[in-house]
Design a binder for this molecule. Sequence first.
Ligand SMILES: [Zn+2]
Ligand SMILES: [Zn+2]
Length: 348
Amino acid sequence: MKAVVYHAPGDIRVEDRPEPTPTEDNLIVEIHCCAICGTDLKLATVGNPRCHPPRIIGHELVGHISHVGSQVQGFAVGERITLATTLACGDCQHCDLGLGNMCPNAKPISYDFDGGFSERLAIPSMAVAGGNVIKVPDSVSDEAAALSEPLSCVINALELAGVKAGDGVLIIGGGPLGALHAEATKALGAKEVMIVQRSEPRLSLLRELDGVRVIDGLREDVMSVVRERTGGLGADVVSVCAPTREAQEDSIHFARKGGTVSLFASLPKDAPDITLNSRVVHYGELRIVGASDSRPEHVVRAVQLMAEGKIDTAPIITHRIPLEDIHEGLDLMKNKQSLKVLVYPPRR
Ligand SMILES: [Zn+2]
Ligand SMILES: [Zn+2]
């Protein structure tokens, strides 16, 4: 079968790989489609020591079950599923704290197990046991379901930031995860959703989102737009979805007093430091929270919000490509020409 395989930092190849082996304790899934994640782009550029090559990558996937091992309970052939891709050990101090997304023994799909840029995928027993295999109801399309995993990371972040009905939220960075932030904050009842982006075509793509104030970060004064739309107060929550030092440093100034800043996008490993105006945090009683990855409960919530029709993924999925064209898809992401790119394996 055809698959996208990581060999080394920057070395991603489309190859023929052996079929996954059905066992008594696994599931086999026929992949319908799989979205390109920023972490896939990182593998295709700087690499990641956590990914063990040669490895089939891709983890934002949806497909249907074609094999259920005799020891596997609760799943049937034909059911559609998506995945919570960080397989936690369930048996360490972090897992005991309910923080499986930070489990030091975690084995993520597409790092330790093969992923979804492929025709078929074996889901290991560890994923079944950990509740990582999430069923997709008929009311959720394949394309929406493929975004459940990235949406789950956004839901984790919005929970940590405490976004609630009536809030004014500023999102800094209008890539695919910024766009998902906008949809998710609306779904949680935010009254005012603003998103800052600097470049085309993403500015135009974001303007397709319903009920979102898109701010052109180069041509508009972000502070005055935020003030104008929050009764002069500032945003209840500022979510930084742009992976830059400048965006993180600026973010605290847009929050209202007593507000929250969420550092969602990570900075590069070799330049992780920012300068923080501590007086703004101190006198403004700001909370600064981090958010990384998600847990199965967040994927369940993501699928639920989609089933309720609260997330419009149509404007966020801007490109669809065959698996063979993965490098073009990665280039679209790298050059910020797209929001989400969906990858389709060859049909049998
Ligand atoms: Zn992802
Ligand atoms: Zn653990």
